[in-house]
Design a protein around this ligand. Structure first.
Ligand code: NAP
Length: 305
């Protein structure tokens, strides 16, 4: 039987001494991670090739993770829709993946005495934490309002818990918000009262009241992706935020969303998703290489400037 494309890539990488990494997800053609990571490896003269590993189904995921055990592999990034499903296929999870975010976005391959170990990490959560820190959002923050109840919202809630900040979770359906809070409680010792810190997006009165109490607002929905006019909430509601509030939109394309634009126009501190994308990639790079990430090179590769 002729060797598969994967076997041939692995054999060629072993012969040439080039380490292999890649992005596991579906779809991934739009992702900026390959360009950002390849630029970092090239800048530090580290012989590595960052590949796109489109992974359409669970069988392909299992095969891809098994292939990560081969000698030339350094690790991987994981994105939608596999950040949770990949966890049981790994040997270990660090605290960022197991407890803070409840999902894996980075895998490290290590050779130990007992054999190859694949460890799952989550660099989204510390990257979100650092982006808020850059904004000066943590000083005096008591409440964080999170729009959306998916994977990124879980990371935001985990970071809020770590920082001792109480959340408001806002979702299209109140049931979805309850489920997200229940999911959080399976991995972190959240206070009972957090279960009631939920608001339905179509309840403007409750939303306005929650905004009034929040020093941090995070958009963890995809509303605004590729659309400079779309906003996850009516923009006039931003007037309810305290004047020292900080707004973080996790969307990075466009770099300045309608939400960020409106927040800045009101004099609020606001940031889009590009710095978080940069930091999560930089943290992954350091986990794989043990070296500080060349942030400027990676930022240029993301065309942030
Ligand atoms: P996800 O797991 O699919 O969750 C998306 C959430 O948004 C769900 O709760 C969904 O609600 C909600 N939603 C979708 N459409 C909505 C609408 N029209 N109005 C209100 N809520 C809506 O996605 P994710 O992984 O959390 O990612 C969310 C966003 O963050 C994406 O745009 C992603 O690219 C971005 N992100 C950025 C970074 C970064 O580094 N900057 C990192 C992670 C994620 P339902 O449950 O009701 O469908």
């Amino acid at each position: 039987m002729p060797p598969s494309h994967e076997d041939a890539s692995e054999a060629e990488a072993q012969l040439s001494g080039v380490a292999r990494l890649g992005l596991i997800g579906h779809p991934i053609a739009h992702s900026r991670s390959p360009a950002m990571q390849q630029a970092a490896f090239d800048a530090l003269d580290l012989p590595a090739r960052y590949e796109q590993w489109d992974t359409p189904d669970e069988m392909a995921l299992a095969e891809r993770v098994a292939a990560l055990r081969q000698p030339a592999m350094l690790g991987a990034n994981v994105t939608i829709p596999w950040k949770e499903a990949v966890a049981p296929l790994l040997d270990d999870l660090d605290d960022s993946a197991r407890r803070i975010a409840g999902a894996v976005n980075t895998i490290i391959r290590a050779e130990m005495e007992q054999g190859v170990r694949l460890t799952g990490h989550n660099t989204d959560a510390p990257a979100l934490d650092r982006t808020l820190d850059d904004l000066g959002a943590w000083s005096d923050a008591r409440r964080m309002l999170v729009l959306g109840a998916g994977g990124a919202a879980q990371a935001a809630l985990g970071v809020a818990h770590m920082r001792g900040v109480e959340p408001w979770l806002v979702a299209r359906r109140i049931e979805t918000a309850w489920e997200a809070m229940a999911k959080l409680a399976t991995r972190l010792p959240v206070p009972e009262r957090w279960r009631d810190h939920v608001v339905a997006l179509d309840d403007p009165g409750a939303l306005r009241a929650a905004l009034t109490e929040s020093q941090i607002l995070i958009n963890a929905t995809p509303v605004g992706v590729g659309d400079i006019e779309a906003s996850p909430l009516p923009l006039d509601l931003l007037a309810a935020l305290p004047s020292d509030a900080a707004v973080l939109d996790l969307i990075y394309a466009p770099p300045e969303t309608a939400l960020v634009r409106a927040a800045r126009a009101r004099g609020l501190r606001a940031e889009g998703g590009l710095p978080m994308l940069l930091y999560q990639g930089a943290l992954a790079f350091t986990l794989w290489t043990g070296q500080p990430a060349p942030l400027d090179v990676m930022r240029r590769a993301l065309a942030i400037e």
